[in-house]
Write a protein that binds this ligand. Structure first.
Ligand SMILES: Cc1cc2nc3c(=O)[nH]c(=O)nc-3n(C[C@H](O)[C@H](O)[C@H](O)COP(=O)(O)OP(=O)(O)OC[C@H]3O[C@@H](n4cnc5c(N)ncnc54)[C@H](O)[C@@H]3O)c2cc1C
Length: 300
C-alpha cells in the first residue's frame, strides 16, 4: 500500500474489513499533497496528524522513508506476504515547457515550491513572481509566494476567467491577498542574464472553442524575477512501465476495479485520473478496497 488520500482511503476500507494493512510512504510525513502541497493557510496540518493517529489506533501500520523503486520493491512486498498492493503514488511528473536556454534557479515547478514552504524552507528574494496556470495549484503557489515575501505576484492564465479550473473562492482569496490576474495571456519565453530572469515575453490569446489561440502581433514583455509553473502533472510513465505496469497519456491504466494489468496490483487517485481532487482520489481508493474485499470473499 502506498499512500496519499487515495491510499489512506483504501487502507481504511480494507482495515474496516479486517485486513492487515501497511502504508509505505517515501516522505517523513503522511498525507501526500495534503501534507506537502496544499499550504497550511488552506489546510491545517493538525487535521492530518489527528487522522494518522486515528488510523494507527485502528491498527493500520505506517512505514515512512520507504520509496518504491529505491528501498522498496513489489517483489519485497510480495516476499513479505502482501497479497494485494494499492499504488496511490500521485502524479509526480510536473509539466513545464522551455522558456530559456540559460541556466537559472529562478524557475520553479509548483510542487517543489510548495514543498519548500510546507517544510518551512523560505525562498528569499522572490521579487516579482509570475505563476503560469489557472488551477488550485497556481492559486496556492501565488498565495504562498505572497507569504514568502514576494514583491508582486501575477497569475498568467492562457484562457479566460470562465474557463479557469480554479474555484471562484480561490480567485477571490488570491485577489484579497494581493495577487494580480492576467487572463488570456501566454508566457512564451524568459530573458535570463547571469542566472537572473530579466523579463518574460508574453502573447495575448483569444478563445476559440474553449481553446486559447495566439493573437498575432500582441506580444509584450513584462518584468519578472521568479517564474512558477503550475500547469498540471502526470504519472511518471517510465517508472510504471519498468514495473511492467501499463500506462497511457500520463495515466496508469486500470480496469473497473482499479486493478492494473498486473494481478493484485491496484492503482488510484491522481495516477489514474486527470484533474483529480481529494474527494475523487478517496473514491478510487474506496472502490479498489471494495474490489479487493469482494475478491477475497469470493475465494473463501
Ligand atoms: C497545490 C495543490 C492544491 C490542491 N488543492 C485541492 C483542493 O483544494 N481540493 C481538492 O479536492 N483537490 C486539490 N488538489 C488535488 C488533490 O490534492 C489530489 O487530487 C490528491 O491529493 C491526489 O491524491 P493521491 O492519493 O492520488 O496522491 P498524492 O496526494 O499525490 O499522494 C501521493 C503520495 O505517494 C507518495 N509517493 C510517491 N511516489 C512514491 C514512491 N515511489 N514510494 C513511496 N511513496 C511515494 C508521495 O510522497 C505522496 O505522499 C490540489 C493539488 C495540489 C498539488
Amino acid at each position: 500500500m502506498v499512500v496519499g488520500p487515495a491510499g489512506i482511503a483504501c487502507a481504511l476500507e480494507l482495515r474496516k474489513a479486517g485486513a492487515d494493512v501497511t502504508i509505505f510512504e517515501k516522505e517523513a510525513k503522511y498525507g501526500g499533497i495534503l501534507e506537502y502541497g496544499i499550504p497550511d493557510f488552506r489546510l491545517s496540518k493538525d487535521i492530518l496528524t489527528n487522522l494518522v493517529d486515528n488510523l494507527k489506533e485502528l491498527g493500520i501500520k505506517f512505514k515512512n522513508h520507504m520509496e518504491l523503486g529505491k528501498n522498496l520493491s513489489i517483489e519485497d512486498l510480495k516476499r513479505q506476504g502482501y497479497e494485494n498492493i494499492f499504488l496511490g503514488l500521485g502524479a509526480e511528473k510536473q509539466s513545464t515547457y522551455k522558456l530559456t536556454d540559460e541556466q537559472t534557479d529562478h524557475i520553479f515547478k509548483s510542487d517543489d515550491f510548495l514543498k519548500k514552504y510546507n517544510l518551512n524552507k523560505k525562498i528569499e528574494n522572490l521579487g516579482i513572481v509570475v505563476v503560469i496556470g489557472g488551477g488550485n495549484v497556481a492559486f496556492d503557489s501565488a498565495r504562498t509566494a505572497i507569504r514568502m515575501g514576494a514583491k508582486e505576484v501575477y497569475i498568467l492564465y492562457r484562457r479566460n476567467e470562465e474557463l479557469m479550473p480554479a474555484r471562484k473562492i480561490e480567485l477571490e482569496d488570491a485577489i484579497a491577498d494581493g495577487v494580480k490576474m492576467c487572463f488570456q495571456t501566454k508566457v512564451t519565453s524568459a530573458k535570463v542574464k547571469n542566472g537572473k530572469i530579466q523579463e518574460i515575453e508574453c502573447i495575448k490569446t483569444r478563445i476559440e472553442n474553449e481553446k486559447a489561440v495566439d493573437i498575432e502581433n500582441s506580444e509584450f514583455t513584462m518584468k519578472a524575477d521568479t517564474i512558477i509553473f503550475a500547469i498540471g502533472a502526470k504519472a511518471n510513465e517510465t517508472f510504471f512501465n519498468n514495473l511492467g505496469i501499463k500506462t497511457e497519456n500520463g495515466l496508469v491504466c486500470v480496469d473497473e476495479n482499479y486493478m492494473t494489468n498486473i494481478d493484485g496490483i491496484y492503482a488510484g487517485g491522481d495516477l489514474v485520473e486527470t484533474k483529480s481532487s481529494v474527494a475523487r482520489a478517496i473514491a478510487t481508493g474506496k472502490k479498489a478496497a471494495k474490489a479487493i474485499i469482494e475478491r477475497k470473499e469470493s475465494e473463501e
